[in-house]
Design a protein around this ligand. Structure first.
Ligand SMILES: *Cc1c(COP(=O)(O)O)cnc(C)c1O
Length: 412
């Protein structure tokens, strides 16, 4: 029966033990008891279903996988110890020497550096393209491409990829399209519907939503999930049982939380567009987002992350950040508490000036992950911090932030 997400979130993947407990039990075990030697042999060979060892499968982890699969509308899901473990498992499953991987430039930083550092040296060509540049996707994807990887909307500048078009380019070359859906969650975007083959999540962001743990997941067709279960079983990147339980409970409130964050982020973004001391505002929910029609076709919401340029310089941006009293200075996203970060000197500090220019990340740019505080309190905090900057009109003035010299705090 078709159920809506709010129902699936609290009803799918309920694993029961013998206690009649209403809450999901935590199956805190490494091993499982077989009924006979023949049963052990059958389970090991895969001829019979059932748990064998918690590196392979665990009922609490399985409940989390089923619940997330229902939310994403996927045939199946495989959970991992972290988002990076999930992404690495896809690469281990599908890549081999001599093939290539095509990845958008503005993905989560560690994603690209992991591909380059650990798969590049195995003889896999890692090709990087502009997220919105269909011409670059077309010329980079060829018959040796196995995986195409993107994240949409991008972080922090909210460029949007046309998942359907990139999927058809990938499929014409026989490659699989992987979409990192961490930012919007299945509540606001379902990439599988637009032709993506695999969806990946960093589950410690919105899915846990309370900043308590890390975890990861891959979703897609059953055959692909079987491959990933083998990678997990052999390489050991399994999700811990306690963490699976936290994530299982986190999903229950996912929709409520991301809808609240979406509403507040929308209000803060429109406020930001009216402020003379703030420059460009990046949020897919703004009516003048340059890809508005694609956004409306592909997303049913805009999420809780936005970014904007503050003041005239890095000094102004830092001064504004330091003047915030409520918002935490932290680099994650998707927590109950709002967080602010200065991408150029933290999450994106390893990029060259040219790479930062291509990614649209100036020294004036700040990123906000909007939490569950009352929006009026957040607004008051942002306004109060802005009042500490001298008056001028950032929107009327042209800046060349990308020509800023390399700065001493930049680690290389
Ligand atoms: C955090 C993050 C990751 C990495 O996930 P971990 O759970 O930290 O390993 C991948 N993609 C995106 C979009 C992220 O925000």
């Amino acid at each position: 029966m078709h159920r809506r997400n709010a129902t699936s979130a609290v009803r799918v993947g309920q694993y029961q033990d013998l206690s009649d407990a209403h809450g999901e039990p935590i199956a805190m075990t490494a091993a499982y008891v077989f009924t006979s030697a023949a049963d052990a042999a059958a389970r090991f060979s895969g001829a019979a279903p059932g748990n064998v060892y918690s590196r392979f499968t665990n009922p609490t982890v399985r409940a989390f996988e089923q619940r997330l699969a229902a939310m994403e509308g996927a045939e199946d899901c495989v959970a991992f110890a972290s988002g990076m473990a999930a992404i690495a498992a896809i690469a281990h499953a599908r890549l081999e020497a001599g093939c290539n991987l095509v990845c958008s430039r503005d993905v989560f930083g560690t994603t690209l550096s992991a591909f380059r550092s650990y798969f590049g040296k195995l003889g896999i060509d890692v090709r990087v393209v502009g997220l919105t540049r269909l011409d670059e996707w077309r010329t980079s994807i060829d018959e040796r491409t196995r995986l195409v990887f993107l994240e949409t909307p991008s972080n922090p500048v909210q460029h949007v990829a046309d998942i359907g078009v990139v999927a058809s380019i990938a499929h014409a070359a026989g490659a699989l399209l992987v979409v990192d859906n961490t930012m919007l969650t299945p509540v606001f975007q379902k990439p599988l519907r637009f032709g993506a083959d695999l969806v990946v999540h960093s589950a410690g962001k919105y899915i846990d939503g309370q900043g308590r743990t890390i975890g990861g997941a891959v979703l897609g067709a059953e055959l692909l999930m079987d491959e990933l279960r083998h990678v997990r079983r052999s390489l050991g990147s399994s999700l811990g049982v306690m963490n699976a339980w936290l994530l299982l409970k986190g999903i229950e409130t996912l929709e409520l939380r991301v809808e609240a964050a979406n509403r507040s982020a929308g209000e803060l973004a429109s406020w930001a567009t009216t402020q003379a001391k703030l420059g460009r505002v990046h949020y897919t929910g703004l009516p003048d987002h340059p890809q508005r029609s694609l956004v409306c076709r592909q997303q049913s919401g805009f999420g809780g992350v936005l970014s904007f340029e503050v003041g005239r310089s890095r000094e102004d941006a830092w001064r504004w950040i330091d003047a915030l009293e409520l918002v935490s200075i932290a680099t994650s996203i998707g927590d109950t508490r709002s967080m602010v970060t200065h991408p150029a000197t933290t999450t994106h500090c390893r990029l060259s000036i040219e790479e930062r220019r291509l990614a649209g990340i100036s020294h004036r740019l700040v990123r906000l992950s909007v939490g569950l505080e009352h929006v009026d309190d957040l607004l008051a905090d942002l306004e109060h911090a802005l009042a500490t900057l001298p008056a001028f009109d950032a929107k009327a003035q042209a800046f060349e932030p990308d020509l800023l010299p390399d700065t001493p705090w930049r680690s290389s």
